[in-house]
Ligand binder design. Sequence first.
Ligand code: FES
Length: 152
Amino acid sequence: EQVPLSLKVNGVRHKLKVEPRTTLLDLLRENLNLTGTKKGCDYGQCGACTVHVDGQRVNSCLSFAVMHDGKEITTIEGLADGDKLHPMQEAFVKHDGFQCGYCTPGQIMSAVACVREGHAGSEGEIREYMSGNICRCGAYTNIVAAIQEVKD
Ligand code: FES
């Protein structure tokens, strides 16, 4: 049985009906067509699905959409301001914070939260905060450099 759900996603209010077992990740990708948020593992191990819920980062594969009724979701599609990239997106481009790019949306959403929550004080602190976001290409050094640039 489907249940009603109201979410604000990237500033747009959506009223939907979803199965209670639908994850936030599947809702974003399948119902709202916001495919910037990636499905890597689908069980909380890779961070590719990271989004913000009321400003807090969340692995969207691990939470049911219905848990977020009335909340505000930000995905990678919501970071830029029109044609102007978010400073963290600019920094990832400048420092080559990616190779294949699959993990990048999740990396950037975590990186924004890292700086916002004050966990970017040192390289060690950044690496610790970002440890849930796996990059199979190993772009970690450049990702850290991007974060350090934004926090300065
Ligand atoms: Fe959610 Fe891997 S897809 S942590």
